[in-house]
Design a protein around this ligand. Structure first.
Ligand SMILES: [Zn+2]
Length: 345
């Protein structure tokens, strides 16, 4: 990384994203209003993921990558699930991000929700993608949807490839996160941790997603209580990491008014430990001093220029590698196909 000016930062990192959810906005309402977190999964997200095909995944990921870039995020750690289109799905996401120029780490969220064949196909997709040289991790959905055998297989596969496991942990009270004990190592990403006890003894980085946690009404993780490193993600609601930082800050203040913005800024910085390549990127912002106290109270801070590995990928409010209008137009068409399919589910 060269020397950065006061109005510059390295590329921001989203430590937990679901690029497949980018087209979900505007989707048909669920058959009834979910009343708690598990119903939100069953009635919204587990209907959406069944309706995905490779074409929808591509357009969703490409629009998500464009929106990330527009917010100065140059590196996305993605967690993907598409039970009816598993094979090649991670390569499709990687290709969509490469077109825009955004870095991505891909993982397929293995689960036993669709029987042992589904789990097997998920493991195989992680293995195929990593074996082909893809930048990624091994994904697991969560302890409560995976058998002990599936969890052990994912942990072993990750070790074979020298990467960690990317898994949802204790997002709601019903998660059986204890099943991950004895498997989790320092290179694992433990997403949410809302209902983890202080002495949970899982190794890995905890990824805090304040907007998602509030939206799902699952409670506050109080991330500063953990001995683990903590990073910030969006859980699929865009990739505006300055916005997620501001939310993480005010949520921490609501819990304890003495907390300074350096705490949440530190969580944002942990992203560079997880995705160090983003340190080779330079974002120039429309704001003179990128300092945590100022940014905690400054909205509408956005990039003017972005270089990824020395290549300008954003200039004058637009991406340089893709036509933003074409990306949005074809994403809107794919979204309509997806919505029509959801009506029939
Ligand atoms: Zn998630």
């Amino acid at each position: 990384m060269g020397t950065l000016a006061a109005d510059q930062t390295p590329g921001l990192v989203c430590a937990h994203h679901h690029l497949y959810s980018t087209l979900a906005r505007g989707m048909p309402a669920p058959p009834r209003t979910p009343t708690e977190f598990l119903e939100i999964l069953e009635l919204v997200w587990w209907r959406l993921d069944r309706a995905l095909d490779l074409d929808v995944i591509y357009h969703s990921a490409r629009l998500g990558a464009l929106e990330a870039l527009a917010a100065g995020c140059t590196a996305i750690i993605d967690h993907h699930e598409s039970p009816n289109a598993i094979d090649d799905s991670l390569s499709v996401i990687a290709e969509a991000c490469a077109e825009v120029g955004v870095r991505v780490s891909c993982s397929y969220g293995v689960t036993d929700r669709h029987g042992p064949e589904g789990a097997e196909a998920g493991l195989a997709e992680n293995d195929r993608f990593l074996s082909s040289g893809g930048r990624g991790m091994v994904g697991l959905h969560a302890g409560f949807t995976c058998s002990d055998e599936t969890i052990a297989a994912a942990a072993a596969l990750a070790q074979t490839h020298g990467v960690g496991v990317h898994v949802h942990v204790a997002e709601g009270p019903a998660d059986t996160w204890q099943k991950l004990r004895g498997h989790a190592t320092n290179d694992w990403l433990l997403i949410h941790g809302v209902h983890l006890p202080d002495d949970h003894d899982l190794s890995g980085t905890i990824v805090h997603n304040p907007r998602s946690n509030m939206n799902n009404g699952v409670g506050y993780a109080v991330p500063r209580r953990f001995a683990n490193p903590v990073a910030l993600g969006t859980d699929g609601i865009g990739a505006d990491m300055l916005d997620e930082f501001r939310l993480a800050f005010v949520k921490a203040r609501e819990d304890d008014v003495t907390v300074g913005p350096d705490v949440a800024w530190g969580w944002l910085r942990t992203g560079w430990d997880l995705f160090p390549e983003a340190l080779n990127d330079a974002v120039t912002w429309n704001y003179p001093v990128m300092d945590s106290w100022r940014l905690a109270y400054s909205t509408q801070v956005s990039p003017t220029t972005i270089e990824i590995d020395g290549e300008v990928v954003w200039a004058d409010g637009s991406p340089t590698k893709v036509d933003a209008d074409e990306v949005r137009r074809s994403a809107a068409e794919a979204a309509q196909t997806l919505f029509d399919r959801l009506e029939g589910l």
